[in-house]
Ligand binder design. Structure first.
Ligand code: ZN
Length: 144
């Protein structure tokens, strides 16, 4: 466990320090606000669609390391995905975070999001991991 924990920390530190798809893109179909007042996480999420597929997903804003790393990973994982697939991954992430800390994590579904499994021991931080995802999911659900 110690080894995977270290690896997970590296993923979070890396995406916090060098967030991917960061900044306002040239064009966006939808701009979504993601806010977590409990921690002060505040992001804007820019989405451009090609039919039902997320063609471009960017974000910018400020937040703690967890929220920023999670938003960064979200943009990487969801580009090229359908709204439906995005909602499924958001649900899988939320379900993992709500599971008890010793429940095995299905990396075949979550991929690098497994890095957040340690957050299960700090339930008050779950919202930090979910803030960008919940904002996106709420916006997509309205469009269905
Ligand atoms: Zn936070």
């Amino acid at each position: 466990m110690a080894d995977s924990r270290n690896l997970y920390e590296q993923v979070i530190l890396d995406h916090n320090k060098n967030p991917r798809n960061y900044g306002k893109p040239a064009a966006a179909d939808t701009i979504i606000d993601g806010l977590n007042p409990l921690c002060g996480d505040s992001f804007k999420i820019y989405v451009a669609f090609q039919n039902d597929v997320i063609e471009c997903l960017h974000f910018e804003g400020d937040g703690c390391a967890l929220s920023k790393a999670s938003a960064s990973l979200m943009t990487v994982l969801l580009e090229g995905k359908t709204r439906e697939a995005a909602l499924e991954l958001e649900e899988a992430l939320a379900a993992m975070l709500k599971s008890s800390p010793d429940t095995p994590v299905d990396e075949s579904i979550l991929g690098p999001l497994a890095a957040f499994s340690g957050v299960r021991e700090y339930p008050t931080r779950i919202k930090c991991v979910m803030v960008a995802w919940q904002a996106l999911a709420a916006a997509f659900s309205n469009r269905r």
